[in-house]
Each structure stands twice: as C-alpha cells, then as structure tokens.
Design a protein around this ligand. Structure first.
Ligand SMILES: CC(C)(COP(=O)(O)OP(=O)(O)OC[C@H]1O[C@@H](n2cnc3c(N)ncnc32)[C@H](O)[C@@H]1OP(=O)(O)O)[C@@H](O)C(=O)NCCC(=O)NCCS
Length: 234
C-alpha cells in the first residue's frame, strides 16, 4: 500500500502515532485506561507518523518513522525502521535496521546537507523531492516474518510471509515466503517447509485469526509441527 499513513483507514484496535513518543495522543480517549492489547512504545523508544496495531510492542531506543506495524508484531531494543509496511506477528530482534536511507550518489555531494539543508542554514527548505524518492522505496514484510539479531533490510525489499532472516544478514533482494536467508548479501539457506505445507499454512492464514481463536489453538501451536497443524486446520 502506498500514500501517507495518516490517510489510511485504521482497523479496530490500531492507533495512529503522529509524533515522537505520542502514545498518550494515540489513545482512543484522553486518559482512558490502557488495556493489555493497546500498542506499547517503550518510554525510550519513539514512533513518528506510524500506525501500530493491537498488541504491538516497540522496545527501548528503537525508533520508527512512517511505519505501519500489524497486530502482535514486535521490534525489540536498539532498532530502527523507516518507510515500511510490516505485517502481523512479525518478530524483529535487537540492532535491526529496516530501510536505512540511501544517499544521492548521483549528486556532487553525498552529504545530507543537500537535502537536510535547513538544519545547516544552507536553504529555506529541505529537499522534499529527495524524501519522496526515499519514501517510494518502502520495505514490506508479510506476516510472521522473523528478523534475526543485527540484520539490515535494504530499501525496497519485500520479505515474504513466514520468512526467516539470519543474524547479521544484509538483505538486498526480495525473500520468498517461508524462505530462510543469511549472509552478506543474504542468500537462501533453505525453505522452512515443502511447498504443500507452505500452501496449507497460507490457506489457513492463522495470522488473520482473532485473539480467542489463537488462544484456543495454543496447545496445537505448541505441540503440533507445521505439517500436523496444516492437516488439522486445513
Ligand atoms: C539462520 C538461522 C535461523 C538458522 O537456520 P537453519 O536453517 O537452522 O540453519 P543451520 O544452522 O542448519 O545452518 C545452515 C547453513 O547456514 C549457515 N548459517 C546459519 N545461520 C547463518 C547466518 N545467520 N548467516 C549466514 N549463514 C548462516 C550455517 O553456517 C550453515 O552453513 P553450511 O551449510 O555452509 O554449513 C540461525 O542461524 C540464525 O541466524 N538465527 C538468528 C537468531 C537470532 O538472531 N535471534 C534473535 C532473537 S529474536
């Protein structure tokens, strides 16, 4: 999905965060009691121009800017994500960088004064066109993606549903659903499951179940492997 996040319709339980550490403003009613499903940004974390779903958790010293984060997804400490659409149930480890911005390699100067000009007193305005260019290279995560410690996901990359990104990977190309990748640049390690199980899991799409249904199926999530899970729920 493209367009500015504040213009997208909010599903139930999702909150728009306008400015840094805007959790109070994100509440449905000022002073309302915060329930456990309310998205939570650590006091030392920040979310600027973001939409966060129910049960979302953002860790300490993690900053999000123009990020949509689906229900139950979490990103732990010391990470950052920009211009990204993150699905539901994604697990993002510490020290992860999602969509670090490219610099203008075609210009005479790589340094950011040419677009962050105001803060250097070099221009009346920043270079909005340049930021639109960055904004157009969104990173997209499907559902239930796991990003390991210290990984970097480069601009414009899509990580498929159920993909696992190894610790320390630099991901420069799209990753298919249920693929495990690792290394610099990231290369396929193996598929998590044979194709028929992948198809079965996508047909079940448990990530779209409601909270109660997931709670009821919890023993099966714990005890059954993916194959038996697909057999039972297909
Ligand atoms: C990638 C990972 C998920 C393991 O996947 P796996 O399919 O079980 O991989 P294996 O351990 O069987 O290793 C398979 C091959 O991939 C390599 N490999 C494993 N992890 C790798 C990584 N992060 N980067 C590069 N190569 C990796 C192994 O060395 C092995 O190589 P070989 O075939 O040449 O011997 C795991 O190694 C990993 O990186 N986990 C991240 C843990 C983490 O960061 N947790 C944070 C908390 S959320």
């Amino acid at each position: 999905m493209t367009g500015r996040l504040q213009d997208r319709p909010l599903p139930p339980g999702y909150r728009y965060y306008g400015s840094k550490r805007d959790s109070a403003a994100a509440l449905p009613v000022e002073g309302a009691e915060v329930g456990p499903s309310e998205p939570n940004v650590h006091p030392e974390g920040s979310a600027h121009d973001c939409v966060l779903g129910p049960w979302v958790r953002v860790g300490a010293r993690t900053s999000l800017s123009e990020v949509w984060m689906g229900a139950y997804s979490y990103i732990v400490s010391d990470s950052s994500a920009t211009y990204s659409d993150i699905g539901k149930f994604c697990s993002i480890a510490r020290d992860v960088r999602i969509n670090p911005g490219n610099h203008p390699m075609w210009r005479a100067a790589l340094h950011h004064f040419s677009y962050r000009s105001v803060s250097y007193q070099l221009g009346e305005e920043d270079d909005h066109e340049f930021f639109e260019w960055r904004r157009s290279h969104r990173v997209v995560l499907g559902n239930d993606v796991w990003i390991g410690h210290g990984a970097t996901i480069l601009p414009g990359v899509t990580l498929g549903t159920g993909a696992a990104i190894g610790a320390g990977a630099v991901v420069s190309k799209d990753v298919p659903d249920f693929m495990i990748v690792g290394g610099v640049p990231a290369q396929p390690i193996r598929e998590r499951f044979p194709k028929e199980i992948q198809i079965g899991l996508k047909a079940i799409a448990w990530w779209n179940w409601d909270h109660e249904r997931i709670a009821a199926a919890l023993p099966d999530f714990r005890k059954l492997g993916a194959e038996a899970f697909v057999e039972k729920y297909a």
